[in-house]
Ligand binder design. Structure first.
Ligand SMILES: [Zn+2]
Length: 239
């Protein structure tokens, strides 16, 4: 194939842009923040479950406290009533004795309730301690996620801008190339997945380095200034 010198320069420039675009796309896909964000989210999910469990435990302890409180208040009311009955029946020994027993029962139960109250209070303090740890862990994960997201948006945005510029410039170069040359380049690039055009170096392919036998090379040169490498199939500029 014979290619005009200006077109060869354009082709090489276009290939340079294509390789740059490939590198930028790879960088975009492999931005480290992606993994950081995903990890922070999955950790947050686990901690949020833990937080829900703690909230449930806290609510249960609150309900226990309120039950203890209610019972204690009702006992205190009963104590007051029985005490006033004792005051009323003063002198009635049996009456006083029976009610005193009752009062002792109330007092005993209230002591038990007080111990229960302390136990539930201790439990609540423990739960709240863990809740504080969980809240601070969540806060730190949220900070990590926000920082990674901001960096991702910034770096990703810069790469996307660069890719858009490359794309525009490439389209301009491509539109100036002869259709058959562009087609040959596209097909070769699709097959090689990277560098599609190389130069002859001495009598070797500049990309795969294979030495091209003298007679073969003379044939290739006889057909033009660009020919596919017999080994790797890339387009070699022979001049
Ligand atoms: Zn080659």
């Amino acid at each position: 194939m014979h290619v005009d010198t200006d077109d060869l320069a354009t082709l090489l420039k276009m290939q340079h842009l294509d390789l740059e675009a490939m590198r930028d796309k790879k960088k975009l896909e492999e931005l480290p923040q992606r993994a950081v964000i995903l990890e922070a989210r999955s950790k947050k999910k686990a901690i949020e479950q833990k937080r829900a469990q703690l909230d449930a435990l806290h609510a249960k302890a609150d309900a226990q406290l309120s039950r203890i409180d209610d019972e204690d208040r009702s006992l205190s009311e009963k104590q007051r009533q029985v005490q006033s009955e004792i005051d009323a029946v003063r002198g009635d020994y049996r009456g006083v004795e029976a009610r005193t027993k009752e009062l002792n029962g109330f007092a005993k139960r209230r002591n038990t309730l007080e111990a229960d109250l302390t136990a539930v209070g201790d439990e609540l303090a423990k739960i709240e301690g863990v809740q504080a740890q969980v809240a601070s862990a969540l806060e730190s994960l949220e900070r990590q996620e926000a920082e990674a997201t901001a960096a991702f948006v910034k770096e990703g945005g810069a790469l996307k801008d660069a890719l858009a510029r490359i794309e525009a410039e490439r389209a301009m170069l491509a539109s100036s190339l002869p259709a058959d040359l562009l087609d040959a380049y596209k097909k070769t690039a699709a097959r090689t997945g990277g560098v599609a055009v190389g130069r002859l170096q001495g009598s070797n392919c500049g990309v795969c380095r294979m030495a091209i036998e003298g007679g073969r090379l003379i044939d290739m040169k006889g057909q033009g200034n660009v020919a596919p490498c017999p080994q790797c199939g890339r387009l070699i500029i022979l001049e």
